[in-house]
Design a protein around this ligand. Sequence first.
Ligand code: AMP
Length: 114
Amino acid sequence: MACIFCRIAAGEIPANVVARGDGVLAFRDVNPQAPTHVLVIPTQHVPSSGHLPVSERAAVFGAVMQLAVEVAAQLGLAEPGYRLVVNTGVDGGQSVDHLHVHLLGGRRMHWPPG
Ligand code: AMP
């Protein structure tokens, strides 16, 4: 059984898709933590930020971050600002083991995060 984000990428289960790119997909988080909460993923299965071969890191992170920044602009967040988050592993609070960037915006963020 493929992971849930692989199944979203394959179109097997529905998601509120906001943008697509070459090997990357952006869709709304089902449990939003801010007025705008979008997840950006590589369509290939990568368990976490620590699991990419060195030779693929620049391309995959570049593509994911590029789409995240583009979606932020499309959704009107460029000027007020936004936050990009990559939870990794248990201490990082990662709950879905498929690399994803959270795009959060539409309210003032707090620091330090919880
Ligand atoms: P993380 O805790 O960083 O691994 O984030 C995983 C995120 O995936 C959480 O914010 C969940 O709300 C979100 N999520 C889980 N399942 C789905 C789904 N089927 N569609 C959209 N977002 C999801």
